[in-house]
Design a protein around this ligand. Structure first.
Ligand code: F6R
Length: 241
């Protein structure tokens, strides 16, 4: 595991974006696993800047996202599909048919999970998977549990995750209680993993992920077993070490 401590969020975003850019330079037709949430916003901003400067070409890149809320259409402002279009897809030269997320509107749960998993396999798996870290240690929406889930599945979101993500929804909106997510196995099969963590409120869980026991109660702790993980954390996220 490689660890990069960035001074602040700006440096974190720049360092992480540079690693993703390097992946695209090394393999222009790579498969990128992408994440949503507040942490990667600066990374996507930086990737868009590199693209606009003519330093990055997404024309042969394929993307697969970690997760999507169940019951939200892609046009819904809080769907992860909408987020990705706003933050990256519509701002660079990614081909629309090269971007993939689980279909939150497919009510056939088993079919959707099997199809998404098969899609990732058919693409040859992720060359690099970008991850954020939940306050409870989740990666993707793999919530604390008594087992690591190997494949894409539907998951009921925990109170902690709902509390963290509710802020993005209008107060009168119903928050989706369930989501589709890549499994821990789907994530671990990526050839490289890039975990980005920002802010003091993640410091304790980041310490558990990196140095605690490997346990499904702290899903991110499984990353200790992956052979090629880079963690980029800002100094705030390392506050309690
Ligand atoms: C998002 C995802 C989640 C987030 C995590 C951190 O696609 O899979 O695991 O990465 O909840 O979210 P932020 O960055 O908003 O703190």
């Amino acid at each position: 595991m490689q660890f990069i401590m960035a001074e602040d969020y700006e440096e974190l975003s720049r360092r992480a974006a540079n690693l993703i850019a390097a992946q695209i330079w090394m393999k222009p037709d790579c498969v990128l696993g992408l994440a949503t949430g507040s942490t990667p916003v600066g990374v996507y901003r930086r990737l868009v800047t590199l693209y606009r400067k003519g330093e990055l070409d997404f024309s042969a890149v394929t993307t697969v996202n970690l997760d999507e809320y169940q019951g939200l259409p892609a046009e819904h402002k809080q769907s992860y599909a909408y987020f990705m279009h706003q933050q990256l897809f519509d701002l660079v030269n990614l081909r629309p048919d090269h971007t993939h997320l689980p279909d939150g509107m497919n009510p056939e749960t088993e079919e959707e999970c099997a199809d998404y998993e098969a899609l990732i396999q058919s693409l040859g798996g992720q060359d690099l998977q970008l991850l954020g870290l939940g306050h409870n240690g989740h990666i993707g929406f793999n919530e604390p549990s008594d087992r690591f889930c190997p494949y894409t599945h539907a998951v009921q979101l925990t109170e902690r995750t709902i509390r963290a993500n509710r802020r993005f929804f209008d107060p009168e909106e119903t928050f989706p209680g369930w989501a589709y997510t890549m499994g821990i196995g789907t994530i671990l099969r990526s050839r490289k993993i890039l975990l980005i963590v920002s802010g003091t409120e993640k410091a304790d869980i980041l310490r558990q992920v990196l140095y605690g026991p490997v346990t499904p109660q702290v899903p991110g702790s499984i990353l200790q077993l992956h052979p090629d993980v880079t963690v980029v954390a800002d100094s705030a996220a390392c506050a309690c070490w």
